[in-house]
Ligand binder design. Structure first.
Ligand code: UDP
Length: 161
């Protein structure tokens, strides 16, 4: 039978990637976008904003009892962030590999954190850690109409369709 690309398992998976305030200040936005583009993922939403404390406390609700939580919220609200939704096969897990370990000391060269950061308190980028977490975060940061459903012209070179 004729299979449509939208029925391929996992191809429509989405994740939330955010360039944190240190990444924006250091003009790393373009290089971070480039890595996801060249890997083959599809950008379906993007915006720059100053995150409110309310939004950040929801985003990091699981970490509210951690000792670093207050400084994490200060860091994340210290300036604008660029948030993006990327789509593609296994995008959540692959993005985590591309971003590298939370602590840059453990992030190998070739990863975003391993190439651009040295301390856990300024680790440049956020990437959702599970498909469920990604869906929750995408709903938190984006309205449905801000996410675009579009066909990428290189689809048949990225996937067997
Ligand atoms: N963080 C920190 N100190 C720590 C652990 C985490 O400042 O000891 C910050 C860091 O910015 C990290 C964020 O809290 O990215 C969220 O932590 P999480 O464990 O969820 O790591 P991630 O999913 O971002 O890799």
């Amino acid at each position: 039978g004729h299979r449509r690309k939208s029925t391929l398992p996992g191809v429509r998976e989405q994740t939330l990637i955010a360039v944190k305030p240190d990444g924006v200040q250091r003009r790393l936005v373009g290089q971070i976008i480039q890595r996801f583009e060249q890997r083959g993922f599809k950008l379906v939403g993007m915006k720059m904003l100053q995150a409110s404390e309310d939004l950040l406390s929801q985003h990091y609700s699981e970490l509210r009892m951690k000792p670093f939580y207050p400084s994490l919220l200060r860091y994340m609200s210290s300036g604008p962030v660029v948030v993006m939704v990327w789509e593609g096969h296994n995008v959540v897990q692959t993005s985590r590999t591309m971003v590298g370990h939370t602590n840059p000391v453990e992030a190998p060269p070739g990863t975003v954190r391993g190439d651009f950061s040295i301390h856990v308190s300024r680790n440049v980028v956020h990437a959702s850690d599970s498909p469920e977490g990604a869906n929750r975060e995408i709903q938190l940061w984006f309205q449905g109409k801000e996410l675009l459903n579009w066909d990428c012209c290189d689809q048949t070179s990225t996937y067997e369709v």
